[in-house]
Design a binder for this molecule. Sequence first.
Ligand SMILES: *Cc1c(COP(=O)(O)O)cnc(C)c1O
Length: 367
Amino acid sequence: MIKFLDLQQINALHADELRRAMDSVLDSGWYLQGEQNRAFEREYADFIGTRHCVGCGNGLDALTLILRAYMELGRLRPGDEVIVPANTYIASILAVTRVGLRPVLVEPSEATLQIDPARIESALTGRTRAVMIVHLYGRNAMCGEIADLCRRHSLLLIEDNAQAHGCRWGYRLTGSLGDAAGHSFYPGKNLGALGDGGAVTTEDEELAAIIRSLANYGSSRKYVFPYRGVNSRLDELQAAVLRVRLRYLERENEHRQRAAALYRELLADAPVDLPAAMPRSEDVHHIFPVFSDRRDELQQYLASNGVQTLIHYPIPPHLQECYAGCWPDAVLPVTERIHRRELSLPISPVITDAEIERVSALLSRFK
Ligand SMILES: *Cc1c(COP(=O)(O)O)cnc(C)c1O
């Protein structure tokens, strides 16, 4: 069987180092807000290329904390509109609604799968205050038009970098391109912990300080609470694990990039559509999506031949029950078509050429 993602095998690559890291936390007697967090925050900020990094409980909290902090600063007010791509994992949108802001869904371009900059402009209203871009599937969503547009209209630019650790835009990394970025270290992400974890990166010192406080009950001084905060902290254990995994991230992303290039070569004549190729550095292939009008049949066929695939994602956010009635006028044919046709092939830092050849041969024979 070819697994979609074999986390056991990925973490086994670094088992000795991970065990040593976890042992050192166990022996330290200090399990939150300690040395491992400080070291990871420094190392991750250096890697991403921002002055500040604040660890937190998970990726959804990272995005939520950014928005909450801008509300505390008066840059966002309840009811303000935040532009988000209509085709994203629901967490991007949950972060917006969780703090009483209004998500405005914007269609992606079908070729790039990323929010269509031309359509952002027409979605702007007098209440638009921010744009959240999502580097979905590990593909860079940033472009000059979005940078210009945010500057021209004084909009905050927030990045959801849950799927794109190590992805570049020019010489900079995603997570350093806007005002602030949320990162997830869910185990299956390119940089994954052994449980939940998240972080915010930003250049803005004041924002970072508010986020650090909000994530710690709203306190930066013991028993003094300027904000009504939450408890969302990164465990020392996870920080120690992430420090190990971070050392191998670029090597693992390169493995994914070689795997994706081989898929592209072998699938050139297969009966599936591929998204537009990006410059290699701009795609860290968290997901390798292919598209077919007969997606469900294709998934069945691969499964019966021992290949596990997933769908990212079967139901778009605007059609989820939890958002029933929220966008009554939504006309999102591109998003719906992507969700109807998408299938994610196995890709990981441990996938072999033989496995890619097998999956590609099966796909090419699909009738
Ligand atoms: C995983 C993910 C999140 C949420 O991260 P968690 O750590 O699971 O809370 C947010 N946005 C996107 C695009 C994701 O893929």
